[in-house]
Design a protein around this ligand. Structure first.
Ligand SMILES: N[C@@H](CCC(=O)N[C@@H](CS)C(=O)NCC(=O)O)C(=O)O
Length: 199
């Protein structure tokens, strides 16, 4: 397995999962500043010119969530995803896609936050993005009030997928006013596998 990776990008997520699992993999550093991700060779692997990109034998996968889902299933015995065919699996799919909704609303909110002038329609859009973020965080908080992690009492691929967005909401946008989520961010950020994935 080979992971095309750059620091401080979402490629930390699949690396984090591989580190949690203790899998052996080759890390290929991609220098974004020098445009390595737009080189003809890299574009053959990922026509979008993005990290992460992941290779397992003949298979090439891009899209962070797809890579994360694939790795968690490949090593299903490590329990970072619920068992195939289980009811929990339905909730797992829901949460993995819910994180993408959070990302979309956060991107929309942050873009409109920095815009110089907003007409009424854009103000409505910004407020609506914020309302969606508040709802999603409220749901995550409810889950964390019952269990240590989002999906239950086991740390899972769902935590890896949500963590960065929650971290950004708190540390960059100051939008987390919820001690349950703040404590979770503190706790998860100390996981040795995450520290290794960031190193
Ligand atoms: N939807 C893709 C987005 C990937 C993406 O935008 N990666 C960024 C790093 S976080 C990247 O490669 N940026 C370089 C560029 O677009 O030039 C995913 O989730 O993997």
């Amino acid at each position: 397995m080979k992971l095309y990776f750059s620091h401080n990008t979402r490629s930390v997520r699949p690396r984090w999962l591989l580190e949690e699992i203790g899998a052996s993999y080759q890390l290929v550093q991609v220098d974004l500043a020098n445009g390595e991700h737009k080189s003809p060779d890299f574009l053959k692997l990922n026509p979008n010119g993005h990290v992460p990109t992941f290779i397992d034998g003949e298979l090439v996968i891009y899209e962070t969530t797809a890579i994360t889902l694939y790795i968690a299933d490949k090593f299903i015995e490590h329990h970072f995803a619920p068992a195939f065919g289980s009811k929990e699996r339905g909730t797992y799919y829901q949460l993995m896609t819910y994180a993408s909704s959070l990302e979309r609303h956060l991107k929309c909110y942050s873009m409109l936050l920095t815009a110089k002038q907003l007409d009424e329609a854009l103000v409505r859009q910004k407020n609506s993005a914020l309302a969606e973020i508040v709802t999603i965080c409220g749901e995550i908080s409810k889950m964390l009030s019952k269990n240590d992690y989002i999906l239950g009492n086991n740390f899972s691929a769902v935590d890896i997928t949500f963590f960065h967005w929650l971290w950004e909401l708190e540390k960059v946008y100051g939008l987390i006013n919820d001690s349950i989520i703040s404590r979770y961010i503190d706790r998860v950020s100390k996981r040795p596998a995450l520290v290794r994935a960031n190193s």
